[in-house]
Design a protein around this ligand. Structure first.
Ligand code: ADP
Ligand code: MG
Length: 357
């Protein structure tokens, strides 16, 4: 286990045009941490992970494992275990032969190899499966073999690129808990790539949210959920309304904004918001943090229901307030409310947050 540092790392591909696939990324991952790169398809997650693994070299910037500069070191000299989306197992070989592969390359002797394969299979709860053929295993079991194969070399870092994508939803949820347990027990530094925000939240110690090759925010799941840095992060993690509102006043930790249809509200803001009267603020508020009232009561935001969808756990509504389409997820909807009705929205100012564009 070792800490991993990316310093101003960029990657441009020869045939990638003018845009950088990874653009000036700074990340420090602590030894033993489960760290996730999260973002939509094409945002540069795989490219970043492959630079950590050594399959790509950065166009500029440095990568360190501990104090050592590994920027230009080949993959087989980095002590990294890698797990891919498609597992990349050898179908004609047994489970044990697959797991032993990395040891064979490293010329580990047979007795030691057998012992370590059994140990790795134990770590992924597949003890006794060594003689099975790969095609006799379920998708979830094949996934664990791929994990065992990565772990058997006792890597300092375990790199996982969307390893759950080929599993069905239920198995994906079970396996994500397993992967975190295995990473912690193996005592390795885990770097995980996914486009699935729920997966990232459930598994990670910290998350880097990426967009268009750049890191938008790094933080613990709760921090990213409750205090998104940008409107992109607010919308990408869960769902969020990002309202554009006029600034009436700003203090060190708050911004007072005007509401559509009159009224004002004091919203918590990051210390560096820099907003003052006359400017506009972007304010994030999640659909589940907006209350619904049947009639327009004082202090509530007046609006008209334009969409309504019952999902069982909650009712999702879209409410038009002076031209802003506000999403609301209400557990209790006043009886009889339908599309076209006038309603009031109660904003929970404690749960609102000023974000950057
Ligand atoms: P992600 O894993 O987040 O989906 P990638 O890291 O695979 O994203 O890709 C980031 C960007 O770099 C994309 O625009 C992709 O098309 C481009 N890209 C990735 N690999 C190559 C390559 N070998 N050559 C040229 N462009 C590439
Ligand atoms: Mg990818």
């Amino acid at each position: 286990m070792i800490d991993v540092t990316l310093e101003s790392v960029s990657k441009r591909f020869a045939r990638g045009g003018d845009t950088a696939a990874v653009d000036d990324v700074d990340i420090t991952i602590a030894a033993g941490e489960f760290f996730t790169l999260l973002g939509p398809s094409g945002c540069g997650k795989t490219t970043t992970l492959r630079m950590v693994a050594g399959f790509y070299f950065p166009t500029s910037g440095r990568i360190r494992f501990g104090a050592e500069d590994v920027t230009r070191r080949p993959p087989n000299k980095r002590d990294t275990g890698m797990v891919f989306q498609n597992y990349a197992l050898f179908p004609h070989m047994s489970v044990a032969q697959n797991v032993a592969y990395g040891l064979k390359i490293r010329k580990v002797n047979r007795a030691e190899s057998r012992r370590r394969v059994e140990e790795a299979l134990g770590q992924v709860h597949l003890g006794g499966y060594g003689d099975r053929r790969i095609d006799e295993l379920s998708g979830g079991q094949q996934q664990r073999v791929a994990l065992a194969r990565a772990l058997v070399i006792r890597p300092k870092t375990l790199l996982l690129d969307e390893p759950l994508s080929n599993l069905d939803a239920k198995l994906r949820e079970e396996t994500r808990t397993e992967i975190r347990r295995i990473q912690k027990e193996a005592g390795t530094t885990g770097i995980y790539v996914t486009h699935d925000q729920a997966e990232a939240m459930a598994m990670s110690d910290r998350i880097a949210v990426m967009q268009s090759g750049r890191v938008q925010q790094i933080g613990a799941p709760q921090e990213i959920y409750h205090r998104p840095a940008t409107s992109f992060v607010a919308r990408f993690i869960g769902r969020s309304n990002v309202l554009t509102l006029p600034v009436l006043a700003g203090t060190a930790q708050t911004v007072t904004v005007g509401l559509p249809g009159g009224g004002e509200i004091v919203v918590p803001a990051p210390a560096d918001h820099g907003l003052s009267q006359g400017e506009t603020a972007l304010v994030s508020v999640r659909p589940e943090h907006i209350g619904l009232t049947a009639t327009t009561e004082p202090g509530a935001l007046p609006g008209r229901v334009t969409e309504l969808e019952f999902t069982g756990m909650a009712t999702n509504l879209v409410v038009d307030t002076a031209g802003e389409q506000v999403q609301v997820a209400a557990v209790d909807v006043p009886a009889g409310i339908t599309v076209g009705d006038q309603v009031g929205l109660r904003l929970n100012r404690e749960r609102m947050w000023v974000v950057r564009p």
